[in-house]
Ligand binder design. Structure first.
Ligand code: GLV
Ligand code: GLV
Length: 324
């Protein structure tokens, strides 16, 4: 007797590396390649699905789960962050939630340094300068910025990504690393790279560069606001590859405009895909469109991990990377 196949609803096209794992085991539904489904569209898109594979721009709450129906077993987020998913609503409905930790750690850590060095060495500003025909002669004080070696790197949030950024900073660039993660001490990391746990205030006052690696929670929303920015060194550079709302973006734009801090590198924004218009006019900010994990390797591995989570759960087995 042939059983009808379970439906897997993938909200947008993800790399084939993941898609091909589904083979013809499931009824596969794939959303548009170029835009996020509107909330109302999402409700009808997921109808009848046993598994939903959403992106971070899809808000998956109880309403979406109910729209899918009682056969829904898993929401496999195509991201390590899962602030877009209502975990309490999932638990209530016995829906398993998974994310993609580990596989994008390297890509995001590399991107944090891509932004940091781009801001410090004024790469985008320099490129614009050159293209505008302004390079007339070599000058000793043209486009100066801070060196990284010997400076203090403050990490806020010492998970996988924060730890990797700490290592690259210490081992690669010869930076002194201090970190804050709700009182956590990582003695192994301390020993390996000479890092030190510090208070949030110490991070703000002592760091030359600050990189954010916390998840978005009610506690981390606007963790960095006007007061925190004013507490930082005037020469400080702030890097955010975590979640936009961790920083009060209007306050940051004002701080950058008035040189309260030296610069910022942003991959995430408070109201994505929008961003505070004032940022557009500033040379001391470098921005990327939430592409920190956008390496071929990471995006393939994220697709594979999300697909494997779905395949396991729909086969009645344990998920690989459940979020609880
Ligand atoms: C991207 O922001 C992610 O959480 O994976
Ligand atoms: C992400 O994987 C983190 O723990 O930082």
């Amino acid at each position: 007797m042939s059983q009808s196949k379970s439906t897997v609803a993938v909200t947008n096209k993800i790399p084939d590396a993941g898609i091909k794992l589904f083979q013809d085991k499931f009824e596969l539904k794939i959303g548009p390649t170029d835009r996020t489904l509107k909330a109302a569209e999402l409700l009808s898109f997921v109808k009848g699905a046993a598994a939903i594979l959403p992106l971070l721009g899809n808000k998956i709450d109880g309403r979406v789960m109910d729209a899918a129906g009682k056969q829904l077993k898993i929401v496999a987020n195509y991201a390590v962050g899962y602030d877009n998913i209502d975990l309490a609503a999932a638990k209530k409905r016995k829906v398993i939630v998974t994310n993609t930790p580990g596989v994008l750690t390297e890509a995001v850590a590399e991107h944090a340094f891509t932004l940091l060095t781009a801001v410090a060495r004024r790469i985008v500003e320099s490129d614009k300068f050159l293209r505008a025909g302004k390079y007339k002669s070599w000058m000793p004080e043209l486009l100066l910025g801070p060196q990284l070696q010997g400076k203090t790197l403050g990490i806020i949030g010492l998970g996988r990504i924060g730890s990797r950024v700490a290592e690259i900073g210490a081992l690669g660039y010869g930076m002194k690393v201090i970190y804050f993660d709700r009182g956590k001490k990582d003695r192994e990391l301390d020993k390996k790279i000479g890092a030190e746990a510090a208070s949030l205030r110490k991070i703000l006052t002592a760091s030359d560069f600050i990189s954010l690696h916390v998840p978005l929670t009610p506690q981390t929303r606007h963790l960095i606001g006007r007061v925190e920015l004013a507490t930082m060194k005037k020469s400080a550079i702030l890097i955010n590859t975590s979640r936009g709302p961790v920083v009060d973006e209007v306050a940051l734009a004002a701080a950058l405009q008035h040189k309260v801090i030296w610069g910022a590198g942003l991959d995430v924004f408070e109201f994505e895909p929008q961003f505070t218009p004032a940022l557009k006019k500033l040379d001391n900010v470098v921005m990327t469109p939430h592409t920190a994990s956008a390496t071929h390797e990471a995006r393939d591995e994220m697709a594979i991990l999300a697909a494997k989570n779905i395949i396991s759960v729909l086969a009645g087995q344990a998920p690989l990377t459940e979020v609880k």
